[in-house]
Design a protein. Sequence first.
Length: 329
Amino acid sequence: MSMLLEVKDLNIHYISHEGTVKAVNDMTFEIAKGETLGIVGETGAGKTTTALGIMQLIQTPPGKIVSGEIIYDGEDLLKKSQSELRKIRGNKISMIFQDPMTSLNPVLTVGEQIAEVIKLHQNVNNAQAMVKAEEMLETVGIPGARSKDFPHQFSGGMKQRVVIAIALACNPELLIADEPTTALDVTIQAQVITLMNRLKKEFNTSMIMITHDLGIVAEVCDKVAIMYAGNVVEYTNKYNLFTSPKHPYTVGLFNSIPNIEEDETRLKPIKGLMPDPTNLPSGCAFHPRCPKAMPICSKQIPQRTEVSEGHFVNCFLYENVDNKDQAGE
């Protein structure tokens, strides 16, 4: 299967007088054409920074892509000029930002905002761009006549649909969705997820879905990268993750979800808090919270280990074959 995007050993830091925030550390994953990857983790894990890094939208200063490769369609995006990147952003790679309220310009109609993207990347005049903008609104379930309305005239769910219409206006090969349903109520969430699934099939778009919701992962994703303190600690397909989670952090995430089949009186949260990214623990970043931490965990950083075909875990429990059984306990 040909890979559309390969991220290799990506490191992104935010450097200020107070210290260096190591937001993304040795991030590695890949996405094939037509595939959806879910990036899951707690707030502050580095999910959005990873997405902005792929889009080359890291605020500089203080942000800086320190090292790594972002190979898109066989070419390293980090070696491209700003003018080359502008031809790719919004055209071949699009992003749905987390908050539609701050993504839309309040003084332009939604039709003008969708048409702007189309005019930038396609050889069309104003009238043709507006016709295409109305078609995109219809595609996401909003009447085309509403293209003349302003963002404040739409509900939260409809604003999110407008943002999706902008992102899909040029039929991108890769769509990055940064928690597209976080600010929406559950019924609208379901509608947006159904819409994105339909559009993905219709346009054969590859997708990165950033979320903390494992339910959305089950609904939308093919592969999953579990992120902790700026690094991928477990990477596999959806089936392996839900049936056989390996990393203690992943197991902790599943344990903290209520199970309707069991009579539980209390949830089992992961003890402690995410580490301070300006002062990450030595060794494995998860070891201060890990119920299976060993002495080596505080001294060395675990390497990526393939525990079964296509199932990668960064954990010392799996680097030694003798320890594999303990990890599944």
